[in-house]
Write a protein that binds this ligand. Structure first.
Ligand code: NAD
Length: 382
């Protein structure tokens, strides 16, 4: 069976869905691998390294996809533009990536006979941890956000005691302490910042403290029940957000660096930092809004851009934070896909075997055999 790795064509997408390391492992499973020329360039992998790993480097998307039984992508294939990737994917192929599908795209995959697996829908169970693209990518996003905040900040993170005097440590506040936020806490602490953090899920408070940061936030009956069975935060009521806002507003005015990471599954990101709160911050302060792709946690975020307010507060609202550290992000994304395929591999047939009753398979598969099978996207619910 042939496995195809396409070049990512979406704007600002720098990652690639397979690395020479995973290509070798796929070949070891009995697959032949085709990688589109230039697929790894923005992630620091030249074509020659894929070729050395045993892949065929194909000149374009059509050649790469011809006869493929498995297609790996970081982001959903394009169905329009100079290369209609969707039209080139063979019927019956298994497509894996961060597909961010809606009912319409799921229906399109079904119509084209593509068996589509949306990796971001993976259930958050222990067995699936090593396949979890949301975690692997969020971890790197949290790291990168702190590094870019430090670069944009006109002072330092650590307290510096020099012969010329003392420079105080930066106050760093992390809003949302999930995977990205916890890595941001750890990174800011390693750089010597004085770190605090907030979240709404009760488990997050202990995790924040265990990393040596202080917890800031409002707690009540609602926050004690703020976690869904899937491990995500629930949308919070306006009353809770108002109480949380009061605590946060007083704290924010004293911060030098703020990293916001808060997401609520399937919804727009909650606004945690109002324009008024931004204006209360000191000139030179830096806010990084990792949630900007989901609408942002900061009222003044301009998606995709860095802006500085008249009061001198810089807000980095770039999208695709994992894509800002593309070699590491690709390496982890590629391993997540490899782990999924090796977990569901039929050694005799040298092909994937995806049991319909498996929780992981049920979680990710949008379509099979020309039909939409995912409960969130079946026509009745769409
Ligand atoms: P996420 O990306 O959905 O959200 C980021 C953080 O924002 C979360 O901690 C969330 O609680 C927080 N948040 C949401 N609304 C907020 C608000 N109004 N104010 C402040 N914070 C708010 O979450 P995530 O990082 O993907 O992970 C959430 C949890 O799932 C974590 O505890 C993580 O450890 C757990 N997890 C478990 C597994 C597994 O068991 N396989 C895998 C990944 C993550």
């Amino acid at each position: 069976m042939r496995l195809a790795v396409l070049k990512e064509r979406r704007p600002a997408e720098t990652r690639v869905a397979a690395t020479p390391e995973t290509v070798k492992k796929f070949i070891g499973l009995g697959l032949t691998v085709a990688v589109e020329a230039g697929a790894g360039l923005t992630a620091g992998v030249p074509d020659a390294e894929y070729a050395a790993a045993g892949a065929e480097v194909a000149p374009d998307a059509a050649t790469t996809l011809a006869g493929a039984g498995i297609v790996l992508k970081v982001r959903a294939p394009l169905g329009e533009g100079p290369v209609d990737e969707l039209a080139l994917i063979p019927r019956g192929a298994l497509l894996l990536g961060q597909l961010q599908a809606d009912a319409d795209t799921a229906a399109t995959y079904a119509r084209l006979g593509i068996d589509a697996g949306a990796m971001e829908l993976l259930p958050r169970i222990t067995r699936a941890q090593s396949m979890d693209i949301l975690s692997s990518q969020a971890n790197l996003a949290g790291y990168r956000a702190v590094i870019e905040a430090a670069a944009a900040f006109d002072r330092g993170f650590p307290m510096l005691m020099t012969a010329a005097g003392t420079v105080p440590a930066a106050n760093v506040f992390i809003m949302g302490a999930g995977v990205a936020g916890l890595q941001a806490i750890a990174t800011a602490r390693r750089l010597g910042g004085r770190v605090s953090a907030t979240d709404v899920r009760p488990a997050a408070k202990e995790e924040i403290k265990s990393l040596g940061a202080s917890f800031v936030g409002h707690e009540d009956e609602e926050s004690r029940a703020a976690q869904t069975a899937g491990g995500y935060a629930k949308p919070m009521s306006a009353a809770f957000m108002a109480e949380q806002g009061k605590v946060v507003a007083a704290h924010l005015a004293k911060q030098d660096i703020v990293i916001t990471t808060a997401l609520v599954q399937g919804r727009r990101a909650p606004t945690l930092v109002t324009a008024e709160m931004v204006h209360s911050m000191k000139p030179g302060s830096v806010i990084v809004d990792i949630a900007s792709d989901a609408g942002g946690n900061v009222a003044l975020t301009v998606p995709g851009e860095a802006v500085t307010t008249p009061g001198g507060v810089t807000i980095l609202g770039y999208g695709n934070w994992p894509g800002r550290i593309p070699a590491a992000a690709s390496a982890l994304f590629a391993r997540n896909l490899l782990t999924l395929l090796t977990t569901f591999w039929d050694k005799d047939a040298k092909a994937p075997k995806l049991p319909e009753d498996d929780d992981i398979v049920k979680g990710i598969m949008l379509t099979r055999g020309g039909a939409v099978v995912h409960p969130s996207f079946t026509p009745a619910k769409a």
